[in-house]
Design a protein around this ligand. Structure first.
Ligand SMILES: [Fe+2]
Length: 409
């Protein structure tokens, strides 16, 4: 959760052609190129330096500004929530199809099932993005080069990155957007930035853009930029990916949830052991198949807990969730702050002796309360709040994987 020393991006990268030193003449067919320093935290954070054929300030036409509208749903009662999202209908593109589910001042969490290709290019000018790809493959075309993605990828897109999704087949995303930086947790890195031996992933698991393509065509292109809580459209008369080379620490990258190395203990390990990303007042965690707690007296599912100043949102990605009532692939649970949560009646007893779990889930814990949208109301399963109000074992179904969805609750 700390901003600390520059840690946003994995390592130094270079693509295409760059001059031998910064800030010296660099030409393409005799034309002096436009050097752009794209940096964070003034001139003190990470940066990349890009060399453009055309000034990135050049605008042919200022288009519309569309403010972002959020339709809040304030439930009648403060309670645990379960939303089923698998039936969400595809709509819009990879940007316009983002449907906000919950948000606070630090993070916006949206679901997205794009129905059509992105015609415009997009840049988030006020936030970092992490797109979890639940279903689908494709390429994120970016100003830094092509970034292929596949099912299970987290696509990490720093602010300022101009991009376009080019999807192959049906897609299903969970999108996190934040005004703050989204980073690799500081405790995973040494003072030089290298990932430590105890970190659950390594630099080899991080995939930067693989190929820079310099576009020289001069036709009109539409560029949308998220700024000031809205979308500003610009028309430019050149291709936005006009970079002949870049280097630095700021660029988009992917990390696949299957490459997260789970940490297991003799007794129960807390959620921070699953942390994947650090945001401003929130974390994103990955729950992956793993051996469960192995002490003979261990209770391999979590104790009840009151996260007094945290909210816990979990998106269920894959696995057998039948031991948790009603949970299915695409389910979202929200266990809000101020009230305790834990396994439902009988599950702790049933879990004894379980040795492994086969589930995947993505969790976002926030320090500030999350507001819900009308979409959350549409998808809400109101019975969930009463799922602890049962006699032990009543109406639960158990399979051979009794740790089930509760293993990461
Ligand atoms: Fe929890």
């Amino acid at each position: 959760m700390t901003r600390g020393y520059p840690s946003a991006m994995p390592t130094y990268q270079r693509r295409g052609d760059v001059p031998r030193k910064r800030h010296i003449q660099f030409r393409d067919n005799g034309t002096l190129l436009t050097e752009e320093v794209m940096g964070l935290e003034g001139f003190s954070g990470n940066e990349s330096i890009l060399y453009h054929l055309i000034s990135p300030c050049r605008v042919k036409e200022l288009g519309n500004f569309e403010p972002i509208k959020r339709e809040e749903w304030v439930p009648d009662a403060h309670a645990h929530r379960h939303m089923k999202t698998i039936g969400l209908q595809p709509e819009g593109d990879a940007l316009s199809g983002r449907r906000l589910l919950m948000w606070n001042q630090d993070v916006e969490i949206s679901l997205c099932r794009p129905a059509e290709p992105m015609e415009s290019y997009f840049r988030n000018g006020e936030g970092d993005e992490v797109v979890f790809v639940h279903e689908g493959t494709g390429t994120l075309e970016t100003i830094f080069g092509d970034l292929p993605y596949r099912e299970g990828d987290y696509i990490v897109i720093p602010r300022g990155t101009t991009y376009r999704f080019v999807a192959e087949g049906p897609q299903r995303y969970v999108v996190f957007e934040s005004e703050g930086l989204i980073e690799i947790p500081r405790r995973y890195r040494n003072q030089y930035g290298q990932l430590l031996e105890h970190a659950p992933y390594y630099h080899r698991d991080i995939h930067p853009p693989n190929e820079l393509k310099t576009h020289r065509d001069r036709g009109d292109h539409e560029l949308k930029v998220r700024v000031r809580d809205g979308y500003q459209t610009y028309v430019i008369d050149y291709h936005p990916f006009d970079v002949v080379g870049w280097d630095g620490y700021v660029y988009p990258w992917t990390f696949n949830i299957n490459d997260f190395e789970p940490i297991t203990g003799r007794i129960h390990m807390p959620p921070p052991s699953h942390q994947t990303f650090a945001g401003r007042n929130f974390v994103i965690c990955s729950f992956c198949p793993r051996k469960l707690d192995f002490d003979p007296m261990a209770v391999p599912i979590p104790y009840h807990h009151s996260n007094l100043n945290s909210e816990e949102m979990i998106y269920y990605v894959d696995g057998q969730f039948s031991s948790r009532k009603g949970i299915e692939i695409g389910s979202v649970t929200l266990h809000p702050s101020g009230i305790p949560h834990g396994p439902q009646p009988g599950l702790a007893e049933k879990s004894l002796g379980a040795t492994e779990t086969h589930e995947f889930a993505v969790m976002c814990d926030t320090f500030h309360p999350l507001k819900l949208t009308k979409l959350a109301k549409e998808l809400d399963e109101p019975d969930y709040a009463y799922s602890w109000y049962e006699e032990r074992g009543e109406s639960h179904t158990y399979d051979q994987d009794p740790a089930g969805a509760t293993s990461h609750l």
